[in-house]
Ligand binder design. Structure first.
Ligand SMILES: [Zn+2]
Length: 126
């Protein structure tokens, strides 16, 4: 349910696991070990280091995390948005960029980059 938020947090450089949709609580908890658990499950949200994340827009979710944890709202290409693998600098067909060491996906500064930076700036200003 929070898959989109996970992708955004990885774009900002956070090591961010994502539990499968129908994961058992035990699976979620082992994934959350040593991390902050962001959840839409009200039971799990009672745990220490857990936060209930309401809101249906990515902007409202990022805004909540920014106010609560002062998350970094700047593109930081260290984590693959798709799989959370580590990114390394690489030459892509579109110029210098990054490549995921886990799934092989390549990233570069495109128009998408600008839109992400703009939304991050909006969240920061509010
Ligand atoms: Zn990847």
């Amino acid at each position: 349910m929070l898959g989109k938020l996970a992708r955004w947090l990885r774009i900002f450089g956070y090591d961010c696991g994502l539990a499968p949709e129908r994961a058992a609580d035990s699976e979620v908890l082992s994934l959350a070990e040593g991390r902050i658990l962001l959840t839409r499950d009200k039971e799990l949200a009672r745990l220490p280091n857990a936060l209930y994340v309401p809101g249906n827009t990515i902007k409202s979710q990022l805004s909540l995390l920014y106010r609560r944890y002062h998350i970094r709202l700047a593109i930081t290409p260290t984590r693959c948005p798709l799989c959370n693998g580590k990114l390394v600098k690489a030459e892509t067909p579109n110029g210098p960029g990054w490549k995921c060491t886990s799934c092989g996906k390549e990233y570069w500064q495109g128009s998408h980059w600008k839109r992400i930076a703009e939304l991050a700036e909006e969240v920061r200003r509010e």
